[in-house]
Design a protein around this ligand. Structure first.
Ligand SMILES: [Fe+2]
Ligand SMILES: [Fe+2]
Length: 305
């Protein structure tokens, strides 16, 4: 990405109305996201949710869904306790982003975007647990947020990004490769800038910036490597961006995998085939969570153009 384009994109992001003017709940939420999970206050979360009727309703709806045994949860506090802070934190973020994204600007169908993001979050966290990464919640968050740059490209470069998706789908190519060719930058650059603009931690910024770049990954740290691998696994298990990619994945030969194995030798003995079966088993839960959070409306988004 050349310097002029970088400067221009950064300026556009800081002035971008829809995403810069986030709902009132988003900034305090981002403050909270920076804290380790054991320092997040339940009372504060309940307070934040209670400010916003629509979000409180979603929270109750999810807590009362079959995923959580259809409990009779009637207060925000009980709903938060039933769901667990981590799940609530991720759900709140999803709802906020869904709200700041103008409905007519979605290029990737929203249900595909959320399935991919939630899928990556889950897989990243599972891998993090496997390697005993000290902050698995942060890993979840990194997976959840890694493709935020798609939202920037959807809002700022709607037509160009639509063309990227059309070409990528037609030729079964990775979207970031086509973005580079058509726009001169990818959602990784845009995501990096949005994460910086929102004041997210350096590790989250790096995961957004480097997750498709095998040259940068070995130096970017374990979180970015985990996100890269989770992204590949999700895309190969039909949790991509709503079209079929022709891609061969050789995890063992992947630069990010090799970098991780150097730091976490336990990975060397991991049964990759079994691990991907595990992920398949979790997909039903992912899809059910997306249904419960976003409802049927986003699940019937128009096919990508
Ligand atoms: Fe990506
Ligand atoms: Fe991704």
């Amino acid at each position: 990405m050349n310097e002029k384009l970088q400067f221009q994109l950064r300026a556009q992001i800081s002035q971008m109305d829809s995403i810069s003017t986030a709902p009132a709940i988003l900034m305090p939420l981002l403050e909270m996201l920076r804290l380790p999970s054991d320092r997040i206050s339940l009372e504060k979360v309940v307070e934040l949710i209670s400010y916003d009727g629509a979000i409180a309703a979603q929270c109750l709806r999810l807590a009362n869904s079959p995923l959580f045994g259809r409990r009779q949860t009637e207060t925000v506090r009980a709903a938060v306790m039933a769901l667990g802070l981590e799940r609530v934190r991720s759900m709140l973020f999803g709802l906020c982003v869904n709200r700041v994204m103008p409905q007519d600007k979605w290029v990737i169908p929203p249900d595909a975007f959320w399935r991919h993001s939630l899928g990556c979050a889950l897989v990243t966290q599972r891998m993090a647990n496997k390697i005993e990464y000290p902050e698995p919640e942060k890993a979840y968050l990194a997976g959840l947020l890694h493709d935020l740059g798609f939202l920037v490209n959807s809002v700022l470069y709607t037509d160009g990004f639509r063309e990227c998706l059309r070409l990528a789908a037609e030729q079964h190519l990775a979207l970031h490769v086509v973005e580079e060719q058509v726009l001169g930058f990818s959602h990784c650059d845009a995501g990096q800038m949005l994460c910086e603009h929102w004041g997210l931690s350096k590790e989250l910024v790096d995961a957004a910036r480097c997750h498709h770049d095998v040259c940068l990954l070995p130096k970017a740290g374990p979180l970015a490597c985990l996100v890269h691998l989770s992204d590949l696994l999700c895309r190969v298990r039909y949790l991509g961006y709503g079209y079929e990619e022709f891609m061969g994945v050789d995890l063992g030969g992947d630069a990010a995998w090799q970098a991780l194995v150097r730091s976490y030798p336990a990975l060397e003995h991991m049964d990759l085939v079994r691990f991907t079966f595990d992920i398949d088993g979790a997909m039903d839960q992912i899809v059910a969570t997306v249904d419960a959070v976003f409802g049927a409306k986003t699940m019937t988004a128009p096919a990508s153009g």
